[in-house]
Design a protein around this ligand. Sequence first.
Ligand code: SF4
Length: 730
Amino acid sequence: MSATIGTDEHIHYRTCHLCEAMCGVEIRVRDKEILSIRGDERDAFSRGHICPKALALKDVHEDPDRLRKPVLRTASGWEEISWNEACDEVAKRLVDIQQRHGNDAVASYIGNPQVHSFAGLLGGAKFLRALRSRNRYSATSVDQLPHHFVAYFLYGHQLMIPIPDLDRTRFLLVIGGNPVVSNGSLMSAPDVARRLKDLRARGGRLVVVDPRRTETAEIADTHLFVKPGTDALLLLAMLQVIFEEGLVAPGALADRLDGLAEVRELCRPHSPESVAAATGIDPHKVRELARDFARAETAVCYGRMGVSTQQFGALCQWLIQLLNIVTGNLDQPGGAMFTRPAFDILGLAAGFGQRGSFDKRRTRVRGLPEFGSEFPVSALAEEILTPGKGQIRALVTAAGNPVLSTPNGRRLEEALPGLEFMVSVDFYINETTRHAHLILPPTYALERDHFDLIFHVLAIRNTVRYSTPLFEKAESALHDWQIFERLISSLAKHDPSRKPGFFKGWVDRWLTPRRSVALGIRLGGRGAGWNPFSRGLTLGRVLESKHGIDLGPLEPCLPARLQTPNQRIKLVPVPLVADLERLHNHFKTDTAESDTDLLLIGRRDPRTNNSWLHNAKRFVKGPERCTLLMHPGDAARRQLRNGDLAAVNSRTGKVEIPVEVTEEMMPGVVSIPHGWGHHRPGLQLRIATQHAGVSVNDLTDETFIDSLSGNSALNGVAVRVSALAAHQSA
Ligand code: SF4
């Protein structure tokens, strides 16, 4: 959407695609030059808010390191080749490997940025179907798999994740999340800091439970330190108090719940006193927290990375749901609610019978269960390295850097060179793609349409906005979805059995990403359908509103929206109840770490986005940010001072990293941000390599997982820390 403001200047309005918050931006452009990026004051959702990362839209667009043409790895380095040659070579190699070793010999890994490109998401899904391999992996299992797992079992669809009604709640309990920095995750919410101030201004309360006094904890009414990995015990104890003190009040949903009495029995043994030694939280404070939460006019508990990417991630997410349900806060204004987006991808998928799946098959080596047709990525390296029938021989990655973002990245790094073939759809030569034989670079976001297919489903308010391209793509460039289309055609050329029939071929060609969105909006619950006189939504109407359309606050929608049999909520799904035994056994056995052990957790930085954005000067300049945060007592015991270099060892590896001594850490816990570690050879990231940092995933452990959901446990990793030489004066 653009408005001309002079002969050669114009303003373009679009949604920032960089994180889940979906902020509207106003980009001032002269010819091909971006002059400024500001928040779009009239954006229906973000109302002018942006964070510093928005400037990365310009930086990445203009980055000379960004690939613009396909490149082939040769003995003398990377060489540009044509799209035809590249796609033909990829298809030839993949088909050959599949014909010799079976379809599953080719695996795929889809990274997190893919979800920020709706066309890439749609095109990628088509490509994966054409690839015919069941060996699929993605960033989901290092991030939010427990949320999907619990949504699937409780509400009948893996995408049916309740969202905190942030703007109306009177009590927000955040466990293991830092929305002030992330701007909400699985809770799209631009300007979270302002929204949390508003919560307190209207007399509400914010409580944060976290092993680190995060930026969110800093502005909370109450912050409680919790020992990493023990949140499930805390939640059980809160539920125990609520049952014991007669505070259960499920409200309007009461007659839709099955298993409430069983929940009471499951919680009974877990008094706050009985879990205090494990969690490190004063039982009086747990009782008080449980009572305040239950008695609040409205309340919602939200748990994110700290409780998802840990050993008991699925249990935590289940218990969070139970807390919201038994206190009557599910599907109620101010509680945990469901969205009703313009493009109702959840409803559409459910209409086709696609609700998710669990344990349809298992990984070959370790027997980890599938969820949603994907395997846990912690199994990827061993599936490549372990010989035998079904071994992975080739890999396709798209928009991902699993060497930096998955546990024990070093092992994956050792595995990748052993592949017969690897291709990456990516525009950077990074820690992962440097191992590819071919890299196929898509256009950048400013050259293509943008629509949030997924994040509108996860937002704290119903809005809709569609962004058209700011710049025309170069004739020689391809969008991500066009790359996938080319690959599909090339696969069919080398294996005629993959050639679609006439009708399917026609539909595939006609159904471009933009038409898919148009159809999705038209057929969604708010759409015009096929009625020419309807005032319902169409893509045309969405496009007319260049700042997006506000569709109102979240509204109660249960039981109609439930995807479960008989539209009931089974509070005690068998796999989750059974997993409580693992929790009990874990804390029953003597798991006390030795005196020298510390527990490692991650953290989010306001100027970076996981492993993205390190190749832009403005985001990496200033004091080193890849540091080890450590409590003063823990530092003193190891003769470590601010700025000293420490050696951090775990079962899987060792890194050397400067220490930042701070009381924001709980004693016994240290923190390293993820996404760094750009010292590897062969990268084409000139700025990132000058600010290399270390990769926390050189320390995390592919065997340390939430064995129920398969999600990696990136928090609570046992490490030893010792002093090295002084790094720099404090
Ligand atoms: S909060 Fe996210 S969407 Fe908003 S400007 Fe920052 S990076 Fe972009």
